[in-house]
Design a binder for this molecule. Structure first.
Ligand code: PLP
Length: 383
């Protein structure tokens, strides 16, 4: 049976070139980068090189890159560390209703610790307008976090414009670029951000390693406590093989981005076009063009997203639905309800995210299968 992976927003495989680059750092170059001896210094050299590379690809300085355990830690650190370090200036934080749980739950935690949080709503396409951010600002706003691109519906946010208005007001600005990196050019200066989160496993790097860019001079409280690694701001022995892998994965993603983005956009548009014209009940979630090149997200009406997923899985297609399993029952996606999709329709959603190995044949097989599955599910539905 065919096996078609259309869940690249959940994670990607590690590129073979990245694996090869990482291998020596498990056994040959195994020293602790903090050790003064030869073994440690070799590891330290690789760490310096990886940091230099990552900084270069993001338009940052080396000392502004901090390696972490992934997107979740980077987001938690930016939110909690940023809020605590600036609490003396005010206690108001602005974020959006469609952020990943790594931001959303950090904001909720801060609320319990006496911070005030405003959640800005997107428009019907998932776009967060600079005007809506501006309206939410107060005299005591110390931190704003808006994702570069949404993980469910793929909408790309106007980060540069939001950053410009926050820069004028000297308010700290963080962006979660976990889904965007590898799909969009990332340049911290052009984006006007003070902090930016990345995660290697979303762009064909290894899992469990990420980075947080922190602009030079920005006050962010220490989040992991212990040793003096990462210039005494993020404790813990560095995951050297992972960091080398992240740097190599980013290099490949940046170099291949123009061509790959064009290829994926064409495949994505073909997928959207076919679904919308051939399945009458289908609607597209997110913006038609301001979306990640690899993301398509649909609602199909009277069929359950989970039933679709299971049936697609049986046909060899791996996809994702927007709902989250909460104590045995499925909750509709808060991203979809935030853009105005009603709860019932939201429960019929399906996210298809394309990747480096996705072909036109895969897309056509997937659309044909979705049509078949919907017809079958409708035929057995009691409603
Ligand atoms: N932020 C976004 C937008 C994501 O999509 C994800 C992962 O799905 C994360 C953060 C968390 O990243 P990680 O899995 O590396 O912890």
């Amino acid at each position: 049976m065919k096996q078609i992976y259309l869940d690249h927003a959940a994670t990607t495989y590690t590129d073979e070139r990245v694996v090869q680059k990482m291998l020596p750092y498990f056994s040959e170059v195994f020293g602790n980068a903090s050790s003064l001896h030869f073994f440690g210094q070799k590891a330290q050299g690789a760490l310096i090189e990886a940091r230099k590379q990552v900084a270069g690809f993001l338009g940052a300085k080396e000392k502004e890159i901090y390696f972490t355990s992934g997107g979740t830690e980077s987001d938690n650190w930016a939110m909690i560390g940023g809020a605590i370090a600036n609490a003396g200036k005010g206690k108001h934080i602005v974020t959006t209703a469609i952020e990943h749980h790594a931001i959303k739950d950090s904001a909720e935690k801060l609320k319990k610790r006496g911070f005030d949080v405003t959640y800005v709503m997107p428009d019907e396409y998932g776009v967060i307008s600079p005007e809506s951010i501006e309206k939410a600002l107060r005299g005591d706003t110390i931190l704003v976090s808006v994702m570069t691109a949404n993980n469910e519906i793929g909408t790309v946010e106007p980060i540069e414009e939001i950053g410009r208005l926050l820069k004028e007001r000297k308010i700290l600005f963080h962006t979660d670029a976990v889904q965007a990196a590898g799909h969009l050019p990332i340049d911290v200066s052009a984006m006007n951000v003070d902090m930016l989160s990345l995660s290697a496993h979303k762009f064909y790097g290894p899992k469990g390693v990420g980075a947080l860019y922190i602009r030079n001079g920005v006050a962010v409280d220490k989040y992991m406590n212990g040793g003096a690694q990462e210039r005494n701001r993020r404790a813990g022995t560095e995951n050297l093989a992972g960091i080398v892998g992240l740097a190599e994965a980013l290099r490949i993603a940046v170099e291949e981005l123009p061509e790959e983005s064009e290829r994926l956009t064409a495949l994505r548009d073909h997928l959207i076009e076919r679904v919308l014209t051939e399945i009458p009940s289908a609607t597209l979630n997110g913006h038609r063009t301001k979306r990640l090149s690899n993301n398509a997200n649909f609602c199909f009406g009277s069929v359950e997203g989970e039933s679709m997923l299971l049936n697609l899985d049986l046909s060899g297609i791996a996809a994702s639905s927007g709902s989250a399993c909460m104590s045995g029952s499925f909750e509709p996606s808060y991203v979809l309800t935030s853009i105005g999709v009603d709860a019932e329709r939201a429960s019929s959603s399906l996210r298809l995210t394309l990747g480096r190995k996705t072909t036109l044949e895969d897309i056509d097989y997937t659309v044909d299968t979705i049509k078949r599955v919907i017809d079958r599910l409708k035929a057995i539905s009691p409603f």
